[in-house]
Design a protein around this ligand. Structure first.
Ligand code: ATP
Ligand code: MG
Length: 493
């Protein structure tokens, strides 16, 4: 078992986590994910892919399936439908709740007493689930007697850009040993429309790619991974001999093409040593090739699930990610999906942020956004409860990622995602499993990241000055962890 956070004086070979599900020290549930009591989540929602579909994600949401379950809502334009959801505090039952929500709630594992304690929060998070369809836009609820949920349906409001007939892309499963419901992506169509419009003003993809044949410029393609949107290869630049990573994306299969454009444009614009560098992109028929620098160390997820990091290594990673965030935020960009999966490592220990599909640009006038995007377990409370939010959501997620580095996984990972949202909203700052094992300076850093009050939460710039980062070892200290993670994964296989 990993002695989380107190591995400082370890001999060269880094300690390996006993449970590669991470969080070996956690509750018995996490120790054996498959044999724990059923969390009454319907089977189809338990796998990573299916959860993605439930969130109607642009990363391969199975919209059709979801819509089969959904009560038919006709689509006349500009009409408002008001749902009155009441809560009877005596029986603890909601009244007038849409059937879809009632079903979600029934399978959520949120207990009756929890529902009774925070009926408004329950509605807020149910709204989140549903909002991803773009059909329910406004909701207000007064706890106690009768609340009001107003949904605006249909209407060509420019947000309804779903490509309903596009078959969902195949989502590659995470390697068995790290499989867990950790990656859930959700964003509303409204949100897509906003950043498509604000950020790039309908940039046609043809205008952002280079002319040429990537099969001639790069050679020795070797598949290294499969993502939701496409396949990733390593290849060699014929002209320079440099090794690169190339993501091949079939645009026809993308339900959310603007996300891909978003990703390319952000990578292209945002050059920084702590961001995975964009090299070039090509369009060959429907196939888009995005060439980027190759990071051979794999993702930080591999390291957190397979090894134990000491505080000096955690500090080094936090500093690097904060540098990337300070840079993005100074350029009015919120990443919105900070988690270990989106941090790639070089064999030399370099740490770089990737996955810019969810990025949003904020203008000084409109510096807060109010749509939910990201991965539930890493989401800041103000996102979960649909308050206006800004760049500090990334700082919260960094705090959650720091917990991953200590415990191997984010809080509530084994909870039903809806219940996880409920817990984030109601518990606020999560508790560590063994806070006494962390140094005071590290705990202070964590509480600056995981501060509920957004005003008090540190900014990227402020946190770069935090004394915890002075503990950081050189980045080369990460290399043994990367090697150990690779070795552990090989033997797990
Ligand atoms: P998507 O980004 O399409 O929603 P994803 O994040 O799951 O899905 P990809 O980004 O396509 O997947 O990456 C697939 C795999 O390739 C991942 O394991 C990732 O770590 C790896 N990978 C992606 N980019 C690079 C890179 N520049 N260097 C090294 N490995 C990479
Ligand atoms: Mg990715």
């Amino acid at each position: 078992m990993c002695d989380s956070g107190v591995c400082e004086d370890k001999p060269p070979a880094p300690p390996v986590r006993m449970s590669s599900q991470g969080g070996g020290a956690k509750d018995p549930q996490s120790a054996n994910h498959s044999s724990r009591p059923l969390p009454s989540v319907p089977e189809e929602r338990k796998s990573r892919n299916k959860i993605i579909s439930m969130f109607a994600s642009e990363k391969g949401g199975r919209k059709k399936d979801r819509d089969k379950d959904r009560p038919e809502i006709s689509s006349p334009s500009d009409f408002e439908h008001t749902i009155h959801v009441g809560f009877d505090s005596v029986t603890g039952e909601f009244t007038g709740m849409p059937e879809q929500w009632a079903r979600l709630l029934q399978t959520s594992n949120i207990s009756k007493s929890e529902q009774k304690q925070n009926p408004q929060t329950v509605l807020d998070i149910l709204k989140f689930y549903d909002s991803t369809s773009g059909k329910q836009k406004y909701l207000s609820f007064s706890p106690g007697k009768q609340g009001t949920a107003t949904s605006q349906s249909g209407g060509k409001d420019g947000e309804d850009d779903d490509d309903d007939d596009t078959p969902p892309p195949v989502v590659a499963p995470r390697p068995e040993h790290t499989k867990s419901p950790r990656t859930i992506s959700g964003s509303s169509r409204a949100d897509q429309a906003i950043f498509y419009f604000n950020f790039f003003c309908m940039t046609p993809i043809g205008t952002i790619v280079s002319i040429g044949d990537p099969k001639k410029k790069y050679t020795r393609y070797e598949k290294i991974g499969q993502g939701a949107s496409g396949t990733v290869y390593t290849a060699i630049d014929v002209a320079t001999g440099q090794e690169v990573a190339i993501k091949q994306i079939n645009l026809q299969k993308q339900p959310k093409k603007e996300l891909i454009i978003n990703e390319i444009l952000v990578m292209k614009e945002m050059k920084n040593p702590n961001i995975v560098n964009f090299v070039d992109s090509f369009l060959v028929g429907d196939e888009l090739f995005v060439v980027m620098e190759y990071l051979a160390g794999g993702s930080l997820t591999d390291v957190v699930t397979e090894t134990c990091m000491d505080e000096a290594q955690i500090a080094a990673v936090c500093r690097e990610v904060l540098q990337a965030l300070e840079f993005l935020h100074a350029n009015q960009v919120i990443h919105r999906d900070i988690k270990s999966d989106n941090v790639l490592l070089g064999m030399d220990g370099s740490v770089k942020l990737t996955d810019f599909g969810f990025c949003a640009q904020i203008t000084p006038e409109q510096s807060k956004r109010s749509t939910m995007v990201g991965t539930p377990y890493w989401m800041a409370p103000e996102v979960v409860t649909r308050k206006a939010y800004g760049p500090k959501v990334d700082i919260w997620s960094l705090g959650i990622m720091a917990i991953e580095m200590v415990e191997g996984e984010p809080p509530y990972l084994n909870e039903n995602p809806l219940r996880a949202l409920y817990l984030i909203a109601t518990n606020g700052t999560p508790e560590l499993q063994s806070p006494e094992k962390l140094s005071p300076v590290f705990r202070s850093f964590l509480s600056r990241c995981l501060e509920m009050d957004v005003e008090k939460r540190g900014s990227g710039r402020e946190l770069l000055q935090h004394p915890f980062l002075k503990l950081a070892k050189p980045l080369s200290s990460l290399t043994p962890l990367i090697l150990a993670a690779k070795e552990a994964m090989r033997s797990n296989r």
